[in-house]
Ligand binder design. Structure first.
Ligand SMILES: NC(=O)C1=CN([C@@H]2O[C@H](COP(=O)(O)OP(=O)(O)OC[C@H]3O[C@@H](n4cnc5c(N)ncnc54)[C@H](O)[C@@H]3O)[C@@H](O)[C@H]2O)C=CC1
Ligand SMILES: O=C([O-])CC(=O)C(=O)O
Length: 253
């Protein structure tokens, strides 16, 4: 499979370094609005950097987006129009109902798929299954270091308390997980974001209550070296999704 990367930052770096020896994938087309970043990847991989996103789309089987919600909104429809499957990590963009319905319609028309991996959280498989029954309450408490949230605080502080649909607009690079949780559960989740100078990890505690019972998950994620906002697990989840395309036995949802 020839994979094109949209957004050549921390996640792209982990994905490339993990899959570079895997014969099932050729990761050799790169696009970034910071051309230098795409150029660097192209140099290391002896691949191509595209100044025009359409050129990347024309040359790959699948596009992996690891850029920003804005990039999803402005560029992903073009890939789907050309019938290319996409993996989206900036899932916050999909909380916009009109946009989400629109790209689903474009994908269907062109026989393409949109994949949104579980990213930096745990339990989406069980939450999706649970949503077949009645869901009464969905919440996520995210706790991050001041460094990860661009804050300079000495004491713990709640910096957001509201719905996922508002959180993704206020913190577009920090709470995509709230969007995945909401889309999996079909409920606009309650979100609390806490800056905590005592933690180094990106912690996400999820609670879902419904007719099935209760799910509680807690992940304590190590941040990427290149971007403290982003957990290594998010990149790993995209890699496992890619590997699953070649698996005969599929475990989990
Ligand atoms: N679904 C999830 O659980 C998670 C999602 N994310 C999201 O994944 C995305 C990538 O994360 P990182 O690799 O850590 O980010 P990063 O900041 O290290 O790299 C992003 C790259 O994309 C480029 N970019 C941004 N907007 C662009 C645009 N409109 N067009 C072209 N290039 C653009 C930037 O120049 C940068 O090189 C972010 O949106 C982040 O919020 C991160 C962690 C977890
Ligand atoms: O959800 C996000 O955008 C990033 C995040 O919290 C993480 O990687 O732990």
């Amino acid at each position: 499979m020839i994979l094109g990367i949209l957004g050549c930052g921390a996640i792209a770096n982990i994905i490339f370094n993990t899959l570079k020896e895997d014969n099932n994938f050729e990761i050799n087309y790169f696009y970034d609005n910071n051309v230098e970043k795409a150029e660097n990847f192209a140099k290391i991989t002896k691949g191509h950097y595209s100044e025009d996103f359409n050129e990347l789309v024309d040359n790959v089987d699948m596009v992996l987006e690891s850029a920003s919600p804005n990039a999803v909104k402005s560029l992903i429809p073009q890939a789907l129009e050309k019938g290319k499957d996409v993996i989206v990590l900036s899932i916050g963009a999909l909380m916009d109902n009109d946009f989400r319905e629109n790209i689903i319609a474009i994908a269907k028309k062109n026989n393409a798929k949109i994949y949104a991996p579980s990213g930096a959280i745990a339990g989406l498989d069980a939450i999706k299954a649970a949503s077949l029954g009645t869901i009464d309450n969905v919440s996520i408490v995210t706790r991050k270091s001041p460094r990860s949230l661009n804050q300079n605080l000495k004491e713990e502080k709640v910096i957001f308390n509201g719905k996922a649909s508002e959180a993704v607009l206020e913190f577009p690079s920090n709470i995509n997980v709230a969007s995945s949780l909401s889309l999996a559960s079909h409920v606009d989740a309650n979100v609390k974001i806490i800056v905590d100078p005592k933690v180094n990890e990106n912690m996400h505690e999820i609670t879902v209550v419904g007719s099935f019972g209760e799910i509680k998950t807690l992940v304590k994620n190590i941040p990427c070296a290149a971007n403290a906002k982003t957990s290594i697990l998010a990149a790993y989840s995209a890699i496992e999704l890619l590997k699953s395309f070649n698996e005969t036995l599929k475990i989990g949802l």
